[in-house]
Ligand binder design. Structure first.
Ligand code: PEP
Ligand code: MN
Length: 456
């Protein structure tokens, strides 16, 4: 009998059993659901819903990231610190996608390389917190852990973790991803249009410094046009979705066996990263994410030592598979130049090639006297340039940037060409979590990084 080429490959029972090994380990930063049975029934429901991404796309992304790790592409990963359900509007999603596309054009030109576009979008709903509780005016309630767990309003009812929010998270991620796919496949990403938005940015006298680069890009595009480049092809872009792999009761049920390969994929997003607070080698998160096929990121803070990094490589990428492992460094502007080179040297000695990405946001937080959590644009830039310097000195590849940004004109980070000051933060501070670069600051960062990329 002729076998159907469509026949599904079933998974090895041991592989399936391994996907639940994390349950016997310590899982940090999980919500204390008041009703465990309710959480279990929501997880059971999530195990039956359609996947949000297709395993084939995940494999393609791994291949793209492998190029970036080799120094032949650059990753741009950006979006909110914490997406909210109410914030998943057409306008906010459009502005964020638009900002990422605009940054990508500038970076593509600066790097003369493909830029892999990835949102911290369509699933960035769960947050680790430094404290389990928050106290205001003598009242103590559970900390806000992201919309997928509880509400931000400071009331007992809103702050009580509610498992049904995981279903709302899934549906909000689905509608966000649907619109992202529509924008990036339906004509909105047209290179010439994206560049015309950038021209608007560079024509602002405050951004005069970037006019030269914008003009060069202009000429390059006109040259392409004259030479007969197929701009129809340049109307569509690949765009990937990523979020922190944190909430196990959400990620585990959305993990599915791919019928083409019989292997497990997390289908809540293409790329998942493990945060600085949950990357314990013997913890639940690292164990779980070591067993799935998605490309995996790990945040590395300034205290990371070489042996911890090596152990993460052994656990997450024992086969040394190109594109499998990304290290997202978040050292702090004043530490990166000392903390990063020894890690880079060690990977060189080990002959492993993870993708190195700079998160210039999380090591540079500060709180103003007026109580705003913020970051200085200049510190962000100093960390990124330190990241490039470290790679240049060791001879490894600076493979991408990971930034918290929004497409809106918020005032959450200090400085940039708009010169937002402490008083200015009050004008439009909207983040429920960490401060984000606004539209202008994001573009400015892209121009500065493009200059760095051009220097390599
Ligand atoms: C984040 O990316 O929002 C975050 C919490 O980062 P980190 O794990 O690096 O602290
Ligand atoms: Mn954050």
């Amino acid at each position: 009998m002729v076998e159907s080429s469509e026949q599904a490959i079933t998974a090895d029972p041991q592989v399936i059993a391994g996907l639940d090994h994390w349950r016997s380990l310590e899982a940090h930063q999980q919500p204390p659901w008041p009703d465990r049975d309710h959480a279990a029934s929501v997880s059971a429901e999530l195990a039956e819903v359609p996947p949000l991404v297709f395993a084939g796309e995940v494999d393609m992304l791994r291949e793209r990231l492998a190029r970036a790790a080799r120094g032949d592409a650059f990753l741009l990963q950006g979006g909110d610190c914490a997406e909210t359900f109410a914030g998943a509007t057409a306008e906010a999603i459009r502005n964020r996608v638009k900002t990422i596309l605009q940054m990508a054009v500038v970076l593509t030109y600066g790097a003369s390389m493909p830029v892999i576009k990835m949102g911290r979008m369509a699933g960035q709903f769960a947050k680790p917190r430094s404290s389990d509780h928050e106290t205001r005016d003598g009242v103590t309630l559970p900390a806000y852990r992201g919309d997928i767990v509880n509400g931000f309003d400071f009331t007992e009812e809103s702050r009580t973790p509610d498992p049904s929010r995981m279903l709302q998270g899934y549906h909000t991620a689905a509608s966000t991803l649907n619109l992202i796919r529509a924008f990036t496949q339906g004509g909105f990403a047209d290179l010439r249009m994206v560049h015309s938005w950038n021209r608007g940015f560079a024509e602002n006298p405050a951004n005069a410094r970037y006019e030269g680069l914008a003009k060069e890009i202009d000429r390059a595009i006109r040259f392409m046009e004259a030479a007969g480049a197929d701009f129809e092809e340049l109307k569509r872009v690949e765009f990937y979705a990523s979020h922190e792999g944190l909430l196990m009761d959400y990620e585990r049920p959305l993990t599915r066996i791919d019928s083409r390969t019989g292997l497990p994929y997390v289908t809540s997003g293409h790329f998942l990263w493990v945060g600085e607070r949950t990357r314990q080698l013997d913890g639940a998160h690292i164990d779980f994410f070591s067993r799935v096929r998605n490309p995996i990121g790990v945040k590395l803070g300034p205290t990371t030592d070489v042996s911890a990094m090596k152990a993460l490589i052994e656990k997450l990428d024992p086969e040394r598979e190109p594109g499998r492992l990304t290290f997202i460094t978040r050292m702090g502007a004043d530490k990166i130049r000392d903390a990063l080179p020894p890690l880079l040297e060690a990977t060189k000695e080990l002959e492993v090639q993870p993708l190195w990405v700079s998160d210039p946001m999380h090591g540079n937080g500060l709180t103003t006297q007026t109580g705003y959590k913020t970051r200085r644009f200049d510190d962000v830039v100093t960390e990124v340039t330190g990241f490039f310097e470290a790679h240049r000195s060791v001879g490894t590849h600076p493979g991408g940037i990971h930034v918290e940004l929004t497409g809106d004109d918020v005032t959450e980070c200090l400085g940039g060409s708009q010169k937002i000051d402490e008083l200015g933060l009050e004008t439009r501070y909207e983040s429920l979590c960490d401060p984000r670069l606004n539209h202008q600051q994001s573009l400015e960062l892209a121009f500065l990084v493009a200059e760095e990329l051009g220097r390599r």
